[in-house]
Design a protein. Structure first.
Length: 678
């Protein structure tokens, strides 16, 4: 969502490199054997990884003998650029990629060893949702009775734990386990029929390959002499298993991570991986990176106090040579509108003073629902902003429609793409005809695409339209094989009739959709093939889309903020039920993750941090009184700005060292104070 019509001030200038400190040098100079680098927030972990990789190559290691895996395309690209700059050479032959991209690269080479005649298509989240919903509907079950999101989450969890439908059916902790396991079984069956895999399969299939084909595993173990893992705290069971497979007997595994920043438990990440690394790789070297180069001292003190209460964490204390800097501003607003109003006024004031640019500011929240009021306040004041974590470019309907044409051209067995493409734009082929086509395809063991050109039982009019559709896809397929992705997309946009369809509707929304289709061609690299483009479009993550230093305020969830940094951060909704989230009340593991999530948000701030909460909030359709977050009790009194603190805005609370700490409660007794503007 882009609201940058107003004038901004441009991107930030590149950061000046800092010299490696003693502990960073200790890590960089490690060559053989396992190593665990516990790198606190802002401690220069990327520089350590890239400098070590550059050193290994400069001392004779072949670029392709180094496997460097991380979690976002943005991080992988930054690593590649830094190593190339350091060495002054092309490093395109290095394996620097996300886990999923690295596994996709392996499967492109080895898929036939897994029983796939051609490389399967990779279904993204939208494709997966369509398939799961179709299966649930086909079983005669309403989505309200068995929500597809719950089913998708459980299937993903079991795949990441390397467990199949049989194990799910026997899991007594899952309600309706046997029914969901049947969906899981049918889901895998339908993927195979579509010659497709999903994200989780990329990892699982590589593990299966290496377990069943020792020759393939040995070949990759020989190739990857050095394995480096970024953000190791975010690895799930399957990713860690893959790393251990590739490490082999050499065990040249160099992992960098921070258990204080493990915030993806909900998608399978296991903080126990980083805590158990020393056990799994006996005798490993351990290096602590505790000097922070990002945040002012007061921000670090506040953030450190929040995670100090986590049990079993690797003990480390971040420090900085920077000054203590500005105090942390803690705001208690009467409601969510006052909270948003304060944020907008504060940003507008600082931008007007000339000391800050709009791109210097970021606003974080726990749930997407919190963004609406902030957006309304910004719109009233003409403040440019960008929301990340909403509907991504590649998830817009018209973009997904055209991608379906391309996917079908590359993989004629893809039923999900067939059904989407044949209706985009509509071409008079109804549900009855498609159902008959499906029956024929199943009975004759052919794809829907192949059935289009056969005596398939549909009416003559529908058969003619299916033949025309088949011819169009075949044209695009020929282009996909011989021309670049950009050329194929431009051809598809015209030949499918989609632009004409949108032009006939003559609405502003449809004009914007037409522009998105044309932008899709620009998104493709000049020399990129259609298959390469589809892989990249499928694997893109929300964090890859964030433009640090853009001419607009960045607004996003805390999960999206991971790995980013901004001069000024507003962490909003610091209330019980939001942060920590109400779902975290189930146990200590959940609560610990909420603490880590809060810590991640706080340590994105470089110069100034605001923590805000409301006494009353209307969210999810209800207005309720809100208790300030229990995490605010942990704040050291000396780092909080007394001019904006709760203390100066309501009756004092009992204190015990920290801000509102000890047995003191934030709940009740303070009415509805108005925020004080500076």
């Amino acid at each position: 969502m882009d609201h940058t019509a107003h004038t901004g001030t441009g991107a930030t200038s590149p950061k000046k490199p800092f010299p490696l400190n003693e502990r960073q040098m200790d890590a960089v100079n490690h060559t053989y054997g396992p190593a665990l680098v516990l790198a606190g927030a802002g401690s220069g972990k990327t520089r350590v990884i890239t400098t070590r990789a550059a050193r290994l190559i400069s001392e004779g290691a072949a670029p392709w003998s180094i496997l460097c895996v991380t979690f976002t395309n943005k991080a992988a690209g930054e690593m590649r650029e830094r190593i190339a700059h350091s060495l002054g050479m092309d490093v395109s032959r290095m394996w620097i990629a996300t886990f999923h991209a690295a596994c996709l690269r392996i499967l492109k080479r080895e898929h036939q060893k897994l029983g796939y005649e051609t490389m399967p298509a990779v279904f993204d989240a939208t494709d997966q949702k369509s398939l799961v919903k179709n299966i649930i509907k086909g079983m005669g079950i309403e989505d309200a009775d068995l929500p597809h999101r719950k089913v998708m989450g459980l299937i993903s969890k079991f795949k990441n734990d390397m467990r199949g439908p049989e194990e799910m059916a026997a899991d007594g902790s899952i309600r309706a386990a046997k029914t969901i396991a049947e969906v899981y079984f049918q889901y895998q069956k339908r993927l195979k029929e579509n010659n497709a895999v999903d994200f989780d399969d990329l990892m699982g299939l590589c593990i299966t390959l290496f377990e069943n084909r020792p020759d393939a595993l040995e070949a990759y173990q020989k190739q990857f002499e050095f394995i480096m893992v970024d953000e190791f705290q975010d690895t799930n069971a399957a990713q860690y298993r893959l790393i251990k497979q590739l490490a082999g007997e050499r065990k040249n595994v160099f992992v960098v991570g921070d258990d204080d920043q493990s915030i993806y438990r909900w998608r399978g990440a296991k903080v126990g991986n980083i805590r158990g690394f020393e056990r799994d790789f006996a005798g490993c070297k351990v290096v602590l990176l505790e000097e922070n180069y990002r945040s002012a001292g007061n921000i670090l003190s506040a953030a450190g106090a929040v995670v100090r209460g986590i049990g079993g964490r690797k003990e480390k204390t971040l420090w900085t040579q920077q000054a203590a800097g500005e105090l942390v501003t803690l705001l208690s607003a009467s409601d969510e509108m006052d909270e948003a109003d304060f944020i907008a006024r504060e940003i507008r004031r600082q931008a007007a003073d000339g000391g800050r640019r709009y791109g210097d500011f970021a606003i974080f929240y726990r749930t997407n629902a919190q963004s609406r009021v902030i957006e309304e306040s910004f719109n009233m004041r003409g403040i440019p902003y960008r929301v990340y974590g909403g509907l991504k470019f590649y998830e817009r309907k018209e973009v997904k429609d055209l991608l379906a044409w391309l996917r079908l051209a590359v993989n004629n067995s893809d039923e999900i793409s067939f059904r989407r493409a044949v209706a985009a734009p509509p071409r008079g082929i109804g549900t009855t005809s498609l159902d008959k086509l499906k029956e024929f395809a199943v009975a004759n063991s052919v794809s829907l695409f192949a059935a289009c050109m056969m005596e398939n039982g549909v009416s003559s009019a529908a058969r003619k339209k299916l033949a025309e559709f088949h011819a169009l896809v075949t044209q695009i397929r020929e282009l996909a094989q011989n021309d670049t992705a950009r050329e194929a997309i431009q051809h598809a946009v015209q030949k499918t009739g989609y632009l004409d369809f949108l032009a006939e509707k003559k609405t502003a929304q449809d004009n914007a959709r037409a522009e998105n289709l044309q932008e899709l061609a620009s998104a493709a690299g000049e020399e990129e093939t259609v298959a390469e483009f589809l892989d990249r479009a499928t694997l893109v993550s929300e964090a890859d889309l964030v433009e640090e230093g853009a001419s607009a305020v960045s607004i996003m969830t805390l999960h999206v903020s991971k790995g980013l940094e901004f001069p000024v951060v507003f962490l909003t909704g610091m209330e019980e039920g939001l942060l920590p989230h109400r779902n975290s009340m189930e146990g200590m593991e959940e609560m610990d993750e909420e603490r880590r999530l809060c810590y991640v948000g706080m340590t994105r701030a470089m110069k100034k941090l605001y923590l805000t909460h409301a006494v009353s909030r209307n969210i999810f359709g209800h207005r309720d009184l809100a208790k300030p977050s229990l995490f605010l009790k942990d704040l050291p009194e000396e780092v909080v700005d007394p001019k904006m603190s709760l203390k100066s805005m309501r009756d004092p609370l009992p204190r015990s060292g920290g801000y509102g700490g000890g047995s003191g409660s934030f709940g009740g007794g303070y009415g509805k104070p108005k925020p004080r503007w500076r």
